[in-house]
Ligand binder design. Structure first.
Ligand SMILES: Nc1nc2c(ncn2[C@@H]2O[C@H](COP(=O)(O)OP(=O)(O)OP(=O)(O)O)[C@@H](O)[C@H]2O)c(=O)[nH]1
Ligand SMILES: [Mg+2]
Length: 171
């Protein structure tokens, strides 16, 4: 609730940011527009994509809905391809429980190769683990074994040929 609100420069989309104090650290949290994809089909998606790609943040927390995880995982995979330090926050655990949805967050973390934290955003005590995870992810230097999306052969071959061209022209 210590957030500041306004608009993204030149856009009608609202933005919000706030400072979070944890231990002796101050973290600046930027709230990106809610979106299911980053394909730039709307102002919201464009703002979110541009910030993730060019905003020079230290970490990216992707908040997904525990009651419809599958719909949200598309966005998670897109973000994993774009930026290195990702934390997945599975929110609305209370609603998932009401619907008897059981989630294995450790397994999800193992598969994605990034930390996964469960939260109920309006229950403050559940946010502590998230803040701790963000903080420690900023200190970890070792490379993560992040899930690598495998596309069909046509796409993979095309991407490889572009890489080859780049290496050839740069060496
Ligand atoms: N029961 C429950 N309600 C939640 C939880 N997290 C958020 N909410 C409620 O969900 C509503 C929407 O929250 P927002 O923070 O606006 O959600 P958002 O994902 O940022 O939405 P967009 O930015 O519009 O995509 C608010 O009324 C919150 O209080 C949760 O874990 N449990
Ligand atoms: Mg929002």
């Amino acid at each position: 609730m210590h957030q500041h609100t306004g608009n993204w420069p030149g856009k009608t989309v609202a933005n919000a940011f706030g400072i979070c104090n944890y231990a002796s650290e101050k973290m600046l949290l930027i709230d990106l527009p809610g979106t299911y994809s980053l394909m730039s089909n709307s102002q919201e998606e464009e703002i979110a994509r541009d910030y993730i790609c060019f905003g020079d943040s230290d970490a990216c927390v992707v908040v997904v809905d525990a009651t419809c995880l599958e719909r949200n995982l598309n966005l998670v995979l897109q973000i994993l391809e774009m930026t290195p330090n990702v934390i997945v926050c599975v929110n609305l655990l209370d609603e998932a429980k009401k619907k008897s949805i059981k989630l294995d967050l450790n397994l999800l973390s193992e598969i994605l190769g990034v930390p996964v934290v469960g939260t109920i955003a309006n229950k403050k005590k559940t946010l502590k683990a998230l803040v701790q995870t963000i903080s420690s992810s900023l200190k970890e230097a070792e490379a993560k074994n992040v899930y690598n999306v495998k596309y069909n052969d046509d796409v993979e071959n095309f991407v490889s040929s572009i890489y080859d061209d780049i290496y050839r022209t740069s060496s």
